[in-house]
Design a binder for this molecule. Structure first.
Ligand SMILES: [Zn+2]
Length: 392
């Protein structure tokens, strides 16, 4: 909160120092519930700095419903500050804020700054009500990306990427607009190349091309003993898969985690099979990939929750054996298969590090190991990335 106050103060100081322009017609506006100074500035197409100056506003947080504002120059667009100038002005403000944060030793505030920056740099190419679209230029196969949308309106955006529907989640109103994010999961077998990200707010649409880059994944040939071969029965695979996909497609609410996920097992056990390895069973074609990450651990080793969440499945499955699924919110699920013992039940709320059960070799498994899989909007993504980064 102190950081936000500092940001606001710096913003106002920087904006007040900006060059003024001649004031025009006596257009007035009465502040409505839900307004912010930026929303009003956007509505009348005037720089927020000028609006603040014209009304002697020193704190953009302190406008009041019912207050009358003078809208400077709204009737004389010919003399308006150009989009380029405005962008440069806002960039100057961003740099001033960054410099001050550095001066105060807020190196760790980079996350805050990353979130605040888009609000200071409206992209003039976007149709209203978009203020900014912030998404990566490239994502490696199997990794998770994030798209942030800043909007003038509180209406949740919709969209799609690689034919998959995006699930936008509100991050609440901020000083200058409404913020939403959607996770962009990619699978290890997603086709590399340029893919279009589409985002809609009401009738307004914007898009961005994102490159899917090829990941480095090996191919593994697995031979199952005859006693386990029966588990490959297609109808049983299909029934179990459909049940799980129905579960993974649900989005229960906002994220329940606030930091990187931890490993779901004690230190010291080797990782035996990474995420993404292409798989062929009993000499068949490569049609799937290893959806999770495996650790070589003996039967009986405790399995720990990698992040907070709610248990949504805890029972033996035919193919995957002893299974536990944690709903972390935002359409993100942790999955554990082949367990020898289950210590939780559906509805349980678990914290990071809490014991879920024990390692085993039940179901379609060739030996005792821990299999941890993360599903994002039903797509199996690399769980290791989730232990290194904080999403969104
Ligand atoms: Zn596995």
């Amino acid at each position: 909160m102190r950081h936000l106050l500092l940001l606001s103060l710096l913003l106002v100081l920087a904006l007040r120092a900006a060059p003024a322009r001649a004031q025009g017609g006596p257009v007035k506006y009465t502040v409505q519930p839900g307004d912010t100074l930026l929303l009003i500035a956007q509505r009348f197409d005037v720089p927020v700095s000028l609006l603040a100056q014209a009304n002697d506003i020193t704190d953009p947080n302190l406008i009041q419903v019912g207050q009358t504002l003078v809208i400077p120059d709204a009737a004389a667009p010919a003399s308006a500050v150009s989009g380029g100038e405005r962008l440069r002005l806002l960039m100057d403000v961003s740099q001033a804020v960054r410099a001050h944060l550095d001066a105060f030793g807020f190196g760790a505030a980079s996350g805050l700054l990353r979130r605040a920056m888009p609000l200071l740099t409206r992209d003039a190419h976007l149709p209203r009500p978009f203020i900014q679209l912030d998404a990566p230029d490239a994502i490696v196969q199997g990794k998770t990306g994030v798209v942030w949308i800043t909007s003038l309106t509180p209406f949740t955006p919709t969209g799609a990427f690689q034919g998959r529907k995006l699930v936008f989640i509100g991050d609440g109103p901020s000083l200058l607009g409404y913020r939403f994010f959607a996770l962009l999961p990619t699978g290890a077998l997603d086709k590399p190349g340029l893919k279009k990200l589409m985002v809609h707010i009401g009738p307004a649409t914007t898009e961005k091309n994102i490159e899917i880059e090829g990941g480095v994944y090996e191919t593994q040939h697995i031979v199952l003993p005859p006693s386990k071969g029966g588990l490959l029965a297609p109808d049983k695979l299909k029934a179990e898969r459909e049940r799980l996909y129905a579960l993974w497609r649900k989005v229960s609410g906002p994220p329940r985690w606030t930091k990187p996920f931890r490993f779901p097992i004690a230190e010291g056990f080797p990782r035996t099979s990474p995420y993404g390895t292409r798989r062929s069973y009993n000499g068949g074609p490569v049609s799937s990939f290893h959806a999770g990450s495996d650790w070589g651990a003996p039967s009986g080793a405790p399995i720990l929750a990698p992040a907070p969440g709610v248990i949504v499945l805890a029972e033996p499955l035919f193919v995957r054996g002893g299974a536990v699924i944690i709903d972390h919110g935002a359409g993100v699920y942790s999955n554990f298969w082949h367990m020898s013992q289950i210590d939780v039940k559906p509805g349980d709320v678990v914290q990071m590090g809490e014991q879920l059960g024990l390692v085993g070799t039940t179901g379609l498994s060739t030996g005792a190991h821990l299999h941890w899989e993360i599903r994002v909007n039903a797509v199996a993504v690399d769980p290791m990335q989730w232990t290194e980064e904080t999403f969104p």
